[in-house]
Ligand binder design. Structure first.
Ligand code: SAH
Length: 495
């Protein structure tokens, strides 16, 4: 029985531009043969037992010869496997997908093609350049700039392209940019025509530069524009000035390391990415539940919850005992901050008390006028005693139930290296400070900015001789993000 090959486009780099069909096939197939220029997370959904072949250039080394790639496709599909041949952008646009399809047809292997979002359209779009425009361009040509245009045997007729009445989008042309623009000017194209080059289009670190047909090569050289890049020649290139959006996002071009536990890091990281940041997940801590019985909540008139993890684990204990939110019916419920209050709401409980300042001291203040006889504080094993001490001082009987421990999560060399190269490292608790600094041996590169969620976390940094550069005024994740955005804006303005 013969397998099948899917020639699949992975889009230009932003994982959001992978098609639904591409994701479905990646998740289902036996074998994936992929190139270098695919989105970082493209293979995340692959089966754990899928066979992965990287046939792209690694670290400047040679890529696998085309015949070998084709032989691999024929051989794996011939053995009955379902093969995804994953390529950057669209498989049939300068992707040699056509040649692979021909080989497959000749070998009698069934194939399907899944088009992708091509870089020549997407990179300009993310730079604010529509490749066509009612007033500015009614046609667009996709051109490979791979060849040296000075070569007499060049397959491209640069004279004809110079006369082309529309936008020219040039792939693979960074190195030849000078020669290409000269040829186009020689061929009669207006030397003042707007031009732009977009490096790593749709990736978080996308960079675009603009100029004219005459100046663009010098501008790109000065700005050290590197491959992969797309060059755009035509009136539409000038629209970037007005329509730029991706590079204007508040955290564009900024790398932020997230040190909180893996289970929670992705939420914070996703929101930072929405704002344009490149994120590095370096989870320095892990939450380990402490086993124990469900507390008898009927005994208390006040139950204090100090973290979303605490809420989750308290409800797990209740559920294990056959109980639910009704166990809290008789008590006032206090949450230390909005994240904790949200976690409670997900369990069907609206917190009675949420302080203005999201630290233990804030909760103590908020409880000032609340009569308390018996309180339960559900929290981490190692936490400050501000809250129980304050309640006891007021004559309350206080029990503390320890729901989880925070332990160090060993970080890989790659995670550590990426975190060291970040512009910001975020700390969302004292334990992230302690364990992150432990895992990097206290060696933070001098330029990196430290962002702290609040005074307690900042104090933990100071105890280790580090001054936070950013401290959130609102001590929750939203507050931390706001503070980071404000700091980045201030720095950009002062540059
Ligand atoms: N099949 C791909 C093109 C492959 S050729 C597609 O449809 O997009 C490789 C060239 O594509 C690179 O040299 C570069 O010019 C361009 N390219 C690919 N990804 C890019 C990106 N994210 N930003 C800018 N150019 C890109």
């Amino acid at each position: 029985m013969s397998g099948r090959v899917y020639l699949v486009g992975a889009g230009p780099g932003d994982p959001g531009l992978l098609t639904a069909r591409a994701l479905e096939l990646i998740a289902a197939c036996d074998v994936i043969v992929y190139d270098r220029l695919i989105p970082d997370s493209a293979l995340d959904g692959a089966r754990a037992d899928a066979e992965l072949h990287n046939v792209g250039k690694e670290g400047g080394g040679p890529s696998k010869p085309q015949e070998e790639i084709e032989r691999l496709l024929v051989e794996r599909a011939g053995a009955g496997r379902t093969v995804v041949r994953l390529k950057g952008g669209d498989p049939f646009v300068f992707g040699r997908g056509g040649e692979e399809a021909e080989t497959l047809r000749a070998a009698g292997i069934p194939f399907e093609v899944v088009p992708g979002v091509t870089a020549g359209v997407a990179a300009p779009a993310y730079a604010g350049i529509p490749v066509t425009h009612r007033d500015a361009a009614s046609s667009v040509a996709f051109v490979t700039g791979h060849e040296d245009p000075a070569k007499p045997e060049s397959a491209l007729d640069w004279g004809a392209l110079a006369r082309f009445p529309g936008t020219l989008v040039v792939y693979m042309g960074v190195r030849q940019l000078g020669a290409i623009s000269e040829r186009l000017i020689e061929g009669g194209r207006d030397r003042d025509e707007p031009a732009a080059v977009i490096q790593r289009g749709t990736f978080p670190d996308q960079r675009a530069v603009g100029g004219t047909l005459e100046t663009i090569a010098a501008v790109a050289a000065r700005e050290r524009v590197r491959a992969p890049a797309i060059a755009v020649f035509g009136a539409v290139a000038a629209l970037r000035e007005r329509l730029q959006w991706f590079e204007r996002r508040p955290l564009a071009g900024i790398t932020v390391a997230v040190t909180r536990a893996r289970a929670q890091a992705s939420g914070l990281a996703a929101r930072l990415r929405e704002l344009g940041a490149t994120t590095v997940e370096a989870p320095a801590i892990r939450i380990v539940p402490v086993d124990g019985p469900a507390p008898d909540l009927g005994r208390y008139d006040l139950v204090c919850m100090t973290s979303p993890n605490g809420v989750r684990l308290l409800f797990e204990r209740l559920a294990a005992a056959g109980l639910d939110a009704r166990a809290l019916a008789g008590a006032r419920v206090a949450a230390i901050g909005p994240g904790t209050a949200r976690a409670l709401r997900e369990q069907g409980v609206t917190a009675d008390i949420v302080p203005e300042r999201f630290v233990a001291e804030g909760l103590v203040e908020a409880l000032a006028g609340v009569p308390v006889k018996r309180a339960l504080i559900a929290r981490a094993a190692e936490a400050r005693d501000v809250l129980p001490d304050a309640l006891r001082e007021r004559g309350a009987e206080v029990d503390v139930v320890k729901l989880y421990e925070t332990v160090a999560e060993p970080l890989s060399e790659a995670e550590l290296a990426a975190a060291r190269a970040a512009d910001y490292v975020t700390f969302t608790s004292s334990s992230t400070v302690r364990f992150f600094l432990q895992s990097i041996d206290g060696e933070l590169p001098p330029g990196v900015r430290l962002a702290s969620i609040g005074p307690v976390t900042s104090e933990s940094l100071r105890e280790r001789g580090l001054e936070p550069d950013v401290e959130a005024t609102r001590h929750d994740i939203d507050g931390l993000i706001d503070a980071l955005v404000a700091d980045a804006a201030q720095r950009a303005a002062s540059r």
